[in-house]
Design a protein. Structure first.
Length: 241
């Protein structure tokens, strides 16, 4: 199956999901306004508790759709900001299962405390399409930040995954040691994932995820430089336990 989308399409999908989440929030607010004062106060108190609590989940599952981004990792932020990020016709559909092994811990930071962080173990299975067609799996340990509340009922967190990636056949579009695509490309690579997870209080167990999927040789430690790949995409996540 091929997955074709552009940056404009990704942002269009984000807007639709954001509007849907906002609509759900408005509907929730209208319901509260129609209740008694006591019920409204109880709802407000519950919302306040949610804002100050950590994520109450043990397992979650996700689906992703990503597209090849032609950029080195250090140049990635600059290319995104300047609009010079080029996407290629190499895509993937992926599924992930993750288990929280450390549900809550604080990080001291220059005299401040960053609360509500967590540690997870995650595994992915991925089907590539387009310029390369193979299956890939990843296993990683994920460090996730606490919730950052940007609006009254909207929050997000940031996560950093580190682990290994295994391609079940040699990737046809990744470069090998001699710089040619698909020639002696590597099955085993270092895997790193970076993501932002967005949550609306009206649907706290469903999340919108923006992700970066990175494979590399860690500057020659595992494989020669410039033998990996970067993908960006969009996903949905559900807390199941």
């Amino acid at each position: 199956m091929s997955l074709n989308f552009s940056i404009r399409g990704v942002f269009r999908a984000m807007m639709v999901l954001a509007l849907t989440m906002g609509y759900l929030g408005i509907g929730h607010a209208e319901t509260v306004s129609g209740t008694s004062t006591q019920e409204a106060m109880a709802t407000t108190h519950t919302d306040q508790e949610r804002k100050t609590s950590f994520r109450d989940r043990q397992w979650h599952v996700s689906i992703f759709g990503d597209k090849w981004a032609e950029s080195s990792l250090p140049a990635f932020p600059k290319n995104v900001v300047t609009g010079n990020l080029k996407l290629k016709n190499a895509t993937f559909l992926g599924a992930e299962v993750a288990h929280v092994i450390v549900p809550k811990f604080d990080i001291p930071f220059f005299g401040y405390t960053l609360p509500g962080n967590s540690v997870e173990l995650a595994g992915q299975i991925i089907k590539h399409s387009g310029l390369q067609s193979h299956y890939e799996s990843t296993a990683s340990i994920v460090i996730r930040s606490g919730e950052v509340h940007v609006l009254d009922r909207l929050s997000f967190n940031l996560a950093w995954a580190n682990g290994i990636s295994y391609a079940f056949s040699k990737p046809a579009y990744e470069k090998g040691a001699d710089g040619q695509r698909g020639i002696n490309s590597k099955k085993w690579q270092y895997y790193m994932g970076i993501e932002s997870e967005f949550t609306h209080a009206s649907i706290p167990n469903v999340h919108l995820v923006l992700n970066l999927h990175h494979r590399s040789g860690i500057y020659g430690i595992i494989s020669p430089r410039k033998t990996g790949s970067n993908y960006i995409g969009l996903g949905l996540r559900w807390d199941i336990l």
